[in-house]
Design a binder for this molecule. Structure first.
Ligand code: NAD
Length: 471
């Protein structure tokens, strides 16, 4: 088996492969690739039992070619400097792929959230934020965190509260972090955005009959069998939207194990079951395996790793049966496994495109926070009155009276969630077609991941030349 390549090196290998399909200078490519700043902090916290513990945490800002930088904060025992830099780099390329005007960043705190009380987690989060403020690693125009593995709206609210307490005079302080609860300046649709984006990306990929034919599949999501690893924010929402879109969810996994039913699992029922029992294991009418990796090996059309990196490796790649792998997690397939699966004809839809729904809607939240107005507030009623007058004109011209319900449905102007979802849908469709076009242009030599990196390199280069930094 090949040696395990560090995560950041794997990202850079993907970058180098794509760079060989461009003719930019070595110096420019180095500047894009390098991590612009990384801050390793340690701080003490007092545990509930009175003992003192030292916490290790990081924030990496990979690229300052656009500001602010943007990226999630991860709480996991596996967090280290290499991982944070790799994830920050992926954020740079991801933002470019979906035309979100940010540089990439990532944060991580090396803890197992299950080992700490809510009170202790709050202390850790507030202290981490304080450290970021102190070193100028957070701010609406500097670096804007978001949720990632092990964090969610609650942690983002603590970050926001700490930041505003330290900078009460800043009018734009609300935009210092995204993924906040709605009551604290969040945007409708952010919670489910990454999973919705994964669904939209898979739907778009499955739309092309010629691509599906090569995989021995029919076009469309309808009836496709899907296995999802990870049942957190991304995994749950991905499974839910795919099921609503007509796919059959045959396998689901979280850290404790896997459940399987080839006839299909009802995602909402599994979520309710977990709420009551604390785990998805032993869900009725399903086979349980106490191995969270077992889910990767089921016979299915689409496999969605939505937990952590390095899940599909040289060790298990021979047992993967899916025809399409949608990388909802960041870096779930090692380079070795990726090469092997590509040779086997598996279609891999890369992370730097597929899970970009989160940062896309985070961008919308940031815009909302800076403008201090809810999307749709200015135009909703106006649009409704225009639609209504149009329908009255049609009624008068045709003599046909629209039933009240139909009238209401057609007239309704878009609310915040409609606008956010529509912006997300457009983003995912446009970006997929750009990547597919690049892939088709180069043919066999380029897969979707390399095509996405090529597009990212062109877009980042353009912003450097626009700044006049490189000719
Ligand atoms: P989360 O903390 O909400 O959920 C993680 C899930 O993974 C949990 O269900 C956990 O039980 C499961 N898990 C942990 N270890 C596992 C293992 N070994 N095998 C199987 N399941 C395991 O995290 P999330 O926000 O859903 O993030 C998941 C992935 O998606 C990460 O790679 C993250 O970087 C990526 N991502 C998240 C977002 C976002 O908006 N949250 C955006 C882009 C990418």
């Amino acid at each position: 088996m090949a040696r395990a390549i560090p995560f950041f090196e794997q990202v850079n290998q993907n970058f180098d492969k794509a760079a060989s399909f461009t003719d930019y200078s070595f110096g420019l490519l180095q500047q894009i690739k390098i991590c612009n700043g990384v801050y390793h902090m340690t701080f003490p916290i007092k545990r509930d039992d009175g003992s003192i513990e030292t916490i290790h945490a990081w924030r990496a800002e990979h690229s300052h070619h656009k500001l602010p930088t943007k990226g999630g904060i991860r709480y996991s025992t596996l967090v280290n400097e290499d991982e944070v830099m790799a994830l920050a780099a992926l954020m740079t390329y991801k933002c470019a792929v979906v035309d979100v005007p940010f540089g990439g960043a990532k944060g991580g705190v090396q803890i197992d959230t299950k080992e700490y009380s809510v009170n202790e987690l709050e202390h850790i989060t507030r202290r981490y934020t304080y450290e970021l403020i102190n070193k100028n690693f957070i701010g609406p125009g500097i670096d804007v965190p978001a949720p990632d593995f092990g964090t969610g709206e609650r942690e983002m609210a603590w970050i926001f509260d700490t930041y505003t307490a330290m900078a009460p005079e800043k009018l734009e302080a609300l935009a210092c972090v995204t993924g906040k609860p709605i009551s604290q300046g969040g945007v409708h649709g952010r919670r489910e955005a990454t999973g919705r984006g994964v669904y939209l990306g898979l739907r778009e990929a499955c739309r092309f009959a010629e691509d599906m034919e090569q995989l021995g599949l029919t076009p469309g999501l309808e009836g496709k069998s899907v296995a999802v690893q990870g049942f957190g924010n991304v995994g749950y929402h991905t499974a839910k939207f795919l099921q609503e879109g007509g796919a059959i969810i045959v396998g689901l996994a979280e850290y404790a194990g896997t459940i399987y039913n080839p006839r299909g699992l009802d995602v909402n029922q599994v979520a309710e079951y977990r709420e009551e029992n604390g785990s998805i294991l032993n869900f009725p009418d399903a086979t349980t395996y106490e191995d969270p990796s077992r889910v990767l090996e089921f016979a299915c059309d689409i496999l969605v790793p939505a937990a952590l990196e390095n899940q599909i490796t040289g060790e298990n790649m021979h047992r993967i049966q899916a025809r399409i792998i949608g990388e909802a997690a960041n870096g779930p397939i090692t380079s070795e496994a990726s090469d092997f699966l590509k040779k086997k004809g598996v279609m891999i839809i890369p992370d730097i495109y597929l899970n970009a729904g989160g940062v896309t809607v985070s961008y919308f939240e940031w815009l909302k926070n800076l403008s201090h107005v809810r999307f749709g507030r200015m135009g909703k009623r106006f649009e409704e009155s225009v639609h209504r007058s149009l329908l009255y004109t049609i009624e008068r011209a045709t003599g046909r009276k629209f039933p009240e319900e139909e009238m209401k449905r057609i007239v309704q102007g878009p609310g915040e969630e409609d606008l956010v979802n529509s912006g997300l849908e457009d983003t995912m469709i446009v970006a997929y077609n750009e990547i597919r076009d690049t892939q088709k242009r180069w043919g066999e030599a380029v897969d979707l991941r390399t095509a996405a990196f090529i597009n990212a390199i062109h877009k980042i280069t353009r912003s450097y030349t626009e700044l006049g930094i490189f000719p």
